[in-house]
Design a protein around this ligand. Structure first.
Ligand SMILES: C[S@@+](CC[C@H](N)C(=O)[O-])C[C@H]1O[C@@H](n2cnc3c(N)ncnc32)[C@H](O)[C@@H]1O
Length: 256
């Protein structure tokens, strides 16, 4: 298979990969001149397997994050959420990243505030191992269940890119996502808000008064959560949107 960057780019572009040039560069760098390895990497990519699983890495906020096969690939669309989390984290504060996956948000926030403690939770053992390899203090289990009890009432920031795709929309995810990735990473229940609502309800056990909650979500989910946010004592609720005006998340503060 093609060792020449232009030929490899043409091969990938012909197979429908939109960022063929960048992908060719990454594959060539990953193979580091090993022709047999390059062949096997390109063959895997042509099946639609995520590039990050093949190269074993992805860049998130400029930080290289290890991504093992089977582990959700951190998306650049989540970078602004991690920046907001960092902005809300005091110098010697504490942050929790629920559903951490490979640990990208936790890693970037910990690097950005070295005096703080950043802990994470994750239910999938493969992701737990991957997050640990990325240097994240991760606890295996369901949402807040595995977190140390001494953190209750002391956390400054709870953040999360949790599963939030509505069940009926799972079938609309890209074909490669459905083929390779687990619905555990995406399935947010019938209207997408099942896990989001659980995080809203369970976070106050750990958040201090005035602490921040930052969650990625989409579509109509921010408005669907309005009543829960009010009832549970969250104030200063801001809907986070991207440059195109699409809703990407919410930021809220736990009232005193
Ligand atoms: C959309 S992925 C996001 C991963 C990571 N936050 C990121 O942005 O790269 C959601 C992650 O939540 C994990 N997960 C799903 N249900 C969970 C639960 N009840 N408790 C903890 N983690 C869960 C999945 O295994 C998956 O790694």
């Amino acid at each position: 298979m093609a060792e020449d960057p232009e030929a490899l780019t043409a091969l990938l572009a012909g197979a429908g990969f939109l960022a063929a040039g960048e992908e060719a560069e990454e594959l060539l760098a990953g193979a580091a001149g090993d022709r047999a390895l390059l062949d096997s990497m390109v063959t895997r990519r042509l099946t639609g397997e995520p590039l990050a699983w093949i190269t074993g890495r992805v860049s998130f906020c400029g930080t290289v994050i290890r991504v093992d096969p089977g582990v959700y690939v951190p998306r650049w669309q989540s970078e602004p959420l991690s920046r907001r989390a960092l902005a809300r984290l005091p110098t010697r504060g504490t942050a929790v990243d629920v559903c951490t996956g490979a640990g990208a948000l936790a890693r970037v926030v910990a690097d950005g505030q070295p005096g703080a403690r950043v802990v994470a939770s994750e239910i999938d053992g493969r992701a737990v191992a991957c997050a640990r390899a990325n240097g994240v203090e991760v606890f295996e289990g369901d949402l807040f269940d595995p977190l140390p009890v001494e953190l209750e009432g002391r956390v400054d920031v709870v953040m999360g890119v949790v599963p939030y795709v509505p069940g009926p929309a799972l079938g609309l995810l890209p074909r490669d996502t459905l083929t390779f990735e687990s619905t555990l990473a995406y399935d947010g229940g019938p209207d997408g808000t099942t896990i989001l609502r659980r995080v809203l309800a369970e976070a106050p056990r750990f958040l201090r008064s005035g602490g921040a909650l930052l969650l990625e979500l989409g579509g109509e989910e921010a408005s669907a959560l309005g009543e829960d946010l009010d009832r549970l004592g969250y104030v200063e609720v801001t809907v986070l949107a991207d440059e195109d005006g699409d809703v990407r998340g919410i930021e809220a503060t736990l009232a005193g």
